[in-house]
Design a protein around this ligand. Structure first.
Ligand SMILES: [Zn+2]
Length: 311
């Protein structure tokens, strides 16, 4: 997959800095969730690891081949997407990168979702940034860079990824021949990499079928149990996100914004059943339920059933 058009400008800038020898040894790539910071960081890592003198990765050298096979010993990745990054993980990483590179001359450390570092982990990274080893680059990505230590931010070259507009996302998705035709999920999100990850994790059908199911439920053609068939602790967050998006889009539409065709019928039924005023309450209730589910062992099916019975 070629790099998305809205990421190209940042990539080019870093490539130019690489050939001029003026690239900072630490980069912080920021942007909204799902716009592709991780994809950009990985492209940058490939360019940096390449042993040729050219701006972008040659694809031919030993380093490029190892990067393509995802087996380069001098490229280290930590991803905080699924949980806290702890100090031991950072220490382990730093210990490895202080050794000589095994293949070329460059080492790259990629820390994705860097806001997931706890304070000790962040301090360990700061220490590594204060004592940079030769030809070692740190790439950090974050959608919440304000949660990073200011002292880390100030040591990094800031690369800010723009949020693409709907037309750009639509065109890009179409190029990649998505089976699920993901633009049908624009009511849920227009963040391109979130949409790709939904398809990759085989969740497209769950979201695609949700508006019609909710619609049938509101018309009393479907019971709550039927609507929530297939719900478990693994996908409850998806259901909550889907329901919250339906309510959010409905709220926006009630204030004059256009609504996605997939939600037209469900919007009409929501207004008929609960009215505009209660939309906000139900939206808040779903958000609260999502938070509560992360903290406690509530029975998710019971909780969501209770919620939907108020629609
Ligand atoms: Zn190369």
């Amino acid at each position: 997959m070629s790099i998305a058009p809205w990421l190209q400008h940042s990539l080019l800038q870093v490539q130019q800095l690489k050939v001029s020898g003026g690239l900072s040894h630490a980069l912080l790539i920021t942007g909204a969730d799902g716009v592709g910071q991780e994809s950009l960081a990985f492209e940058m890592a490939k360019d940096l690891m390449c042993e040729s003198e050219q701006a972008s990765a040659c694809g031919q050298c030993h380093s490029c081949q190892l990067m393509a096979a995802d087996t380069h010993p001098d490229f280290r990745v930590l991803d905080g997407e699924s949980g806290t990054i702890k100090v031991d993980q950072i220490r382990n990483l730093v210990q490895k990168i202080t050794q000589k590179p095994q293949v070329g001359q460059t080492k790259v450390v990629l820390i994705s979702h860097a806001q997931s570092m706890n304070i000790n982990a962040a301090n360990a990274v700061l220490k590594a940034l204060e004592e940079p080893s030769d030809r070692t680059f740190f790439l950090l990505t974050s959608s919440q860079s304000s949660r990073l230590l200011p002292t880390i931010r100030s040591r990094c070259l800031l690369v800010s990824v723009p949020t693409p507009n709907v037309e750009q996302v639509d065109a890009w998705l179409a190029e990649h021949n998505q089976e699920a035709n993901l633009s049908r999920l624009f009511w849920l999100t227009t963040q391109p990499f979130r949409l790709l990850s939904i398809e990759k994790n085989q969740k497209a059908e769950l979201f695609l079928s949700l508006p019609e199911k909710v619609n049938q439920f509101l018309q009393q053609e479907m019971t709550v149990a039927e609507l929530l068939k297939g719900l478990d602790s693994q996908n409850i967050e998806d259901y909550c996100n889907g329901l919250a998006a339906i309510l959010h889009q409905s709220l926006c539409h009630s204030a004059g914004a256009p609504i996605h065709p997939a939600l037209e019928a469900v919007y009409a039924n929501l207004i008929r059943r609960i009215g505009i005023r209660a939309l906000m309450d139900r939206y808040q209730a779903i958000q609260n339920l999502k938070l509560a589910l992360q903290k406690t062992n509530l029975n998710p099916i019971m909780q969501l059933t209770n919620e939907l019975n108020q629609w």
